[in-house]
Design a protein around this ligand. Structure first.
Ligand code: HEC
Length: 209
């Protein structure tokens, strides 16, 4: 496999590329679904919009690679070197993280609640006693990111990577039917998510603003 060759938009699904040298390779929109990329050198490669779902990237080096909007769902990234890699918008399954990071233990399956508050509550905010939750009350989607980033998981706050926080935020917003399953949540798209109750807040002391 030579690096000068453009592999863009090729179907390399399930191909064994273990230990290959793909330094600087053009792999944008390439399907590498289920491919073996174990210890593969992908330094500086362009993986924009590539499909790396179910690929084995254990020990691979993605140093300086661009991977915006790449699908790395269920990929094995163990010990991969992701230094400097741009994984913005990469779709890691929030649902899987929700289980792996133990959110499910406190917030229940699908965020329906359990030991602690539900992250999805279909109740309407139509009376003073109505339970307030993310979908019916919160004014900004960015507050979900902030809450998870600062405080969750409750017993190990600040242990999640920024990407994991984005993916979990996406999952929580999806549970609340505020985004579609495939919507990518990142620093640009998150503030644009429309929260149903956002227009119902009033400024109590407008003269102080
Ligand atoms: C050990 C139990 C526990 C675990 C594990 C946990 N949480 Fe929480 N979570 C809580 C508690 C307690 C609160 C309420 C905190 C408060 O209101 O001050 C909360 C609140 C939240 C809220 C705000 C909900 C609301 O309506 O106020 C979000 C969002 C959230 N958790 C997401 C997560 C995510 C994502 C994970 C997994 C990474 C997670 N939590 C793991 C206990 C937990």
């Amino acid at each position: 496999m030579t690096t000068s060759e453009s592999l863009a938009k090729k179907d390399l699904s399930h191909v064994n590329l273990a230990t290959a040298d793909l330094t600087g390779a053009d792999l944008h929109k390439t399907s590498l679904r289920g491919a073996t990329l174990k210890e593969t050198n992908l330094e500086g490669a362009d993986l924009t919009e590539a499909d790396l779902s179910h690929a084995n990237l254990a020990g691979a080096s993605l140093h300086g690679a661009t991977a915006a909007h790449t699908n790395v769902e269920d990929a094995d990234l163990r010990d991969a070197d992701l230094t400097g890699a741009n994984l913005r918008g990469a779709r890691l399954t929030g649902a899987k993280l929700y289980e792996d990071k133990g959110c499910i233990a406190c917030h229940g399956p699908g965020g329906t609640g359990g030991a602690n508050v539900p992250l999805f509550n279909p109740a309407k905010l139509d009376r003073i006693e109505a339970p307030k939750s993310i979908g019916n009350f919160w004014a900004q989607a960015t507050t979900v990111f902030d809450m998870i980033r600062r405080a969750m998981p409750w017993t190990q706050p600040r242990t999640l990577s920024d990407q994991e926080v984005y993916d979990l935020t996406a999952y929580v917003l999806f549970l609340n039917k505020l985004i579609d399953e495939k919507d990518v949540i990142n620093s640009e798209t998150l503030p644009k998510v429309k929260m149903p109750n956002s227009g119902n807040f009033i400024t109590r002391f407008p003269e102080h603003i």
